[in-house]
Design a protein around this ligand. Structure first.
Ligand SMILES: [Zn+2]
Length: 271
């Protein structure tokens, strides 16, 4: 069976939160002993925790995992440059971790991120509801949702086809704050978009027609000036077909698209 680093991170998280409260660090060896793994594997666990903290803009909790000799974290610590380590420690010590639920709790029984992504893409509504109530932490839910869309859209922006993984985001068509629990994990309420198109979609400058056509709010470029790059990303895409998932149940639902149209005052027969 493949090693599940998330499951290990679920065990490491409360130990590190306790260290933070006590304003202490823990060595790779000690932490390895506490969670029952080889000390070399700790860097993967630290990596999971670091990624989560960075994405959620939390202090980098993994800074507390240090080498026994040097008293500082290993090379894998990249949340802060080396000359800001003191600040990194202070931020972690001063933060109240008791209010942050363990983001990896769902993995305690061995459930993997991949299994959750499978369930989102293949599962029934009741399965999605179950995942929602189980994972709880917004950052983790969004990460899983993004992975599901990455797979459904074959790793390309629905509007422009950009495939740089780091620049791709999961857009909610009915926004997270307005969506039901079910919609928050429903691929049919999502679009995989590059960061630029995500912003343009969220502010309503661009939308998607029911038949899968891209619409831009200034199709004749009258509100310029436009740079060549602006044109490529907006005007030139107006009327083009979006890149959508091959499975109909993963494509944006009519209900969600209608919501986006009315929220941003889009109207007309072409939608
Ligand atoms: Zn794009």
């Amino acid at each position: 069976m493949a090693v599940n680093h998330t499951q290990r991170a679920a065990r490491a998280w409360p130990i590190l939160c306790k260290c933070a409260k006590q304003r202490s660090t823990i060595t790779y060896g000690e932490l390895a002993l506490r969670i029952g793994i080889h000390h070399r594997a700790i860097r993967f666990v630290a990596g999971e925790i670091q990624e989560y903290c960075m994405v959620e803009r939390l202090p980098a909790l993994n800074v507390l995992i240090v080498n026994a000799q040097s008293g500082i974290p290993g090379h894998g610590f990249v949340a802060r440059p080396d000359d800001e380590l003191e600040t990194a420690f202070d931020e972690v010590f001063q933060f109240d971790w008791s209010n942050v639920p363990n983001p990896f709790d769902y993995a305690r029984d061995g459930t993997t991120e991949t299994a959750l992504v499978d369930a989102i893409l293949l599962g029934t509504e009741s399965r999605r509801k179950e995942i929602y109530s189980r994972v709880k932490v917004r950052g983790v839910l969004q990460r899983i949702f993004r992975l599901a869309l990455m797979r459904a859209y074959d790793g390309q922006c629905a509007f422009c086809g950009l495939s740089f993984e780091e620049a791709l985001e999961a857009a909610h068509i009915v926004p997270w704050t307005e969506a039901t629990h079910l919609q928050r994990l429903d691929p049919a309420n999502g679009l995989l978009l590059c960061a630029n198109h995500h912003r343009l979609f969220d502010c309503g400058w661009m939308t998607l027609g029911i038949s899968g056509t891209i619409h831009y709010s200034d199709p004749h470029a009258q509100d310029g000036p436009y740079t060549a790059s602006d044109q490529t990303s907006s005007v030139a895409l107006h009327g083009e077909k979006a890149w959508l998932p091959s499975k109909p149940e993963h494509r944006p639902s009519v209900e969600s698209l209608r919501h986006h149209h009315s929220a941003h005052a889009w109207e007309g027969p072409m939608l």
